[in-house]
Every structure is written in structure tokens, then in C-alpha cells.
Design a protein around this ligand. Structure first.
Ligand code: CA
Length: 227
């Protein structure tokens, strides 16, 4: 497993590198945003650890360019304690997780392992959240073993929610992801489709997975896969 650390605090980057190397990871370091982005397009990484305060190109700019280019590598963002809004923005533009500085190495390692597990599962074409399973190769959805037929839009919406489970997605994010430009003609299309989806994947089940976050959007609740 190969990891890229994009961090301009050289000492910190090298400490993380040494410790991760001890855990059998292959670790590269980039010390500014430009070279970090360049490496991401040259090499294939399994996880990226991204500091937000970087010279040349900020972490948020880098992340936004990366996601706009369709790059899916899992990104763990490092934020300073007093920069909560950066964290929120980071998650909105496609970070997979974040960690506040200073942190214990064990915590960083646990987050990396979680991201890797998620990535491996997805490469397997199966997205799993508790008893809800989405087979992205067959476009098949089951909950508690019961097959759930979805229309193509419902499926795309669910897959998007699953890939971002635990994170709030705004209506406009969902709209942009699920519908092509100019395709939707109703301002409440997202709410309508969330309702359709709830009817199919939540109504008959005790644990409701789709959560409404007032004033913000929707979130798919994370359920432990082993329970
Ligand atoms: Ca920094």
C-alpha cells in the first residue's frame, strides 16, 4: 500500500513517514501543493494525507482540482484546531476523513486503515453499510437479504449516498451528481427522489439510513458492518 503525505512541516512529515514505513507502507512526501498534485497524477496512491496550509497551492485547492479531474484516491485531511470551517469545506469538496492537529500516531494509523478497508471493499464492487448492500457491478441493491428494485436515478442517488456515507450532501451536490445539466426541471427533484428512495430502503426497516440534516441536506447514516 502506497501513501502520499502532502505536508510542508518537514519534521512532522518525516516522523509520519518513518512510522508508516515501520507498518509496511510505502510512503512519499510532497512539501507543497503543486508537487503534491503532480505526484498524484504520476503515481498511484492508496491513501493521501493532506495538510491544508501549504505553500504554492493550498490543500483545499489541490483537493478540489483532484476531484474535478475525477481522481478518487481516499484523502485524509489534516487541519489545525482553530480551522473548523476548513474541515467542513474539505469534506464538502471531497475529503474522506479529517484529523485535527496535534494527533496521536495511533489515531492516524487507525484512520488510514479504515480508508484502506473502504477502498478495498469498493474495488470489490460491493458497498456495504450494515444490512444494506450495493453491488456496483450488477447495480443490485439488497437490504437484510431482500432484493430492492430501484430505477436508475434512484440507484445513482443511493450509490452516491453510500460512497459518501456519514457525510452531509447538500441538495445542489446531489443534484449535480445525479442529474445532468439541464435534465431536471423541478426545484425539489432531490427531495422527491429522496422520498422515493426512503420508501424502498427505509420504510420497512427499523433502522432508518437516510437522514435529513435541517438546512443542509441529506446524509446516509453509517452502520457498523459487523453488527
Ligand atoms: Ca502546513
Amino acid at each position: 500500500m502506497r501513501i502520499l503525505i502532502i505536508e510542508d512541516e518537514v519534521t512532522l512529515a518525516e516522523i509520519i513517514q518513518r512510522k508508516l514505513t515501520d507498518e509496511y507502507y510505502v510512503v512519499d512526501i510532497a512539501s507543497d501543493g503543486d508537487s503534491g498534485l503532480e505526484l498524484l497524477f504520476v503515481n498511484e496512491y492508496d491513501v493521501v494525507i493532506l495538510d491544508l496550509m501549504l505553500p504554492k497551492k493550498s490543500g483545499l485547492e489541490l483537493l478540489s482540482e483532484l476531484r474535478q479531474a475525477g481522481h478518487k484516491v481516499p484523502v485524509l485531511v489534516l487541519t489545525a484546531k482553530d480551522k473548523v470551517e476548513d474541515k467542513v469545506e474539505g469534506l464538502n469538496i471531497g475529503a474522506d476523513d479529517y484529523l485535527t492537529k496535534p494527533f496521536a500516531f495511533e489515531e492516524l494509523l487507525a484512520r488510514i486503515k479504515a480508508l484502506l478497508r473502504r477502498k478495498i471493499k469498493e474495488e470489490n464492487n460491493i458497498l456495504k453499510n450494515g444490512d444494506l448492500i450495493v453491488d456496483t457491478a450488477k447495480y443490485q441493491v439488497t437490504r437484510a437479504g431482500r432484493k430492492i428494485p430501484l430505477t436508475s436515478k434512484e440507484y445513482i442517488l443511493l450509490e452516491y449516498l453510500m460512497r459518501n456515507r456519514g457525510y452531509v450532501l447538500t441538495r445542489s451536490q446531489i443534484e449535480e451528481h445525479v442529474w445532468e445539466y439541464g435534465e431536471f426541471n423541478s426545484s425539489n427533484i432531490v427531495d422527491v427522489y429522496i422520498r422515493f428512495l426512503r420508501k424502498k430502503i427505509d420504510d420497512d426497516f427499523e433502522v432508518k439510513l437516510i437522514e435529513t440534516v435541517r438546512g443542509k441536506g441529506y446524509r446516509l447514516k453509517v452502520v457498523d458492518n459487523d453488527s
